[in-house]
Design a protein around this ligand. Sequence first.
Ligand SMILES: *Cc1c(COP(=O)(O)O)cnc(C)c1O
Length: 353
Amino acid sequence: MISTVGFDIEKVKESQLAKVDFDNLPFGKLFSDHMFVATFEDGKWSKGKIQPYQNFTISPANSTLHYGQTIFEGIKAEYGVDGNIRVFRPDMNAVRMNESAERMCMPTIPEDLFLNAIKELIALDKNWVPKTVGGSLYIRPFMFASDAFIGLRPSENYVFSIFTCPVGPYYGSAVKVKVEESYTRAASGGTGAAKTAGNYAASMYPARLAQNAGYDQLLWTDAKEHKYIEESGTMNVMFRIGDDLYTPASSDTILNSVTRQCAVQIARDNGITVHEGPIEVAKVVEAQKNGTLKEAFGTGTAATIAPIELINFRGEDLAVSITDNEYSKLILDTISDIKSGKNTNYPTWTMLV
Ligand SMILES: *Cc1c(COP(=O)(O)O)cnc(C)c1O
């Protein structure tokens, strides 16, 4: 079978859908019936195939396993109030995937290949998109090097693939973060702005130390002076001080969150002044002490908005109100309504399947 845009389609013999309990979805370990795969060989992408979800076979010398030439994205789709499935901002993920690819010396993916693959894959597995309140389909596009060669050079062959996972509502409670002043997530000139494996591998040890001390995530600071706030876990961060919002601008050490960029736009559209630029840790600490720090929250696809209820700085736990949530609620409600099709003021922000 061939899809409308020319992908080969091999359907599962037996769907796993009947076994899924949509009221109790585990995050990230339940996969929809089908996956997308395209390969890059001889300098070009294959036309792409949708096939049953299955393992890859790779050589022990696969260069990704040794040198980490691999990148990913995270996107969500959900059923709207009108019964249509909408994918939130996949255009921005397509652009960022290619920015990551360039930085990692990997081939870029034509935007229409990226978007059509998502569209066709979800169309085929549309029954995997949860219809429960707050449920969504998490989409994981990724690319990895596939040369069987242990010399250190960029691979010549790659695999671009996409799989999806039905996920339940994000019940994440507010997070406690610890300001990190010793370890570093990303340094200027490094790979911090790319969604590439090594950044996450390197963050696990310092994050584990913080978790052992009772915090959920680290609030990373700049590698040079540990003076400016960068981001937290897999979220960018925003602070409401007085009536204004502050957020670190995107840079080569911060993964440019799609959710944050949308949040900035929504805040500005609602007349809120947003400062995108360097934020000293000292400024946030001082605001907490003098009572002007009204809200702190993370932005990312998994949670959309994750309230921060505590910031640990040099051994001191600084509480942040999570009930004063005027700005974060406005942003969360607006994004939720755009995703569900209730708010039609941002027509280019969703892709219909
Ligand atoms: C993916 C990610 C984010 C969030 O980006 P979104 O596009 O909003 O999902 C933030 N920081 C890091 C390090 C990430 O990997």
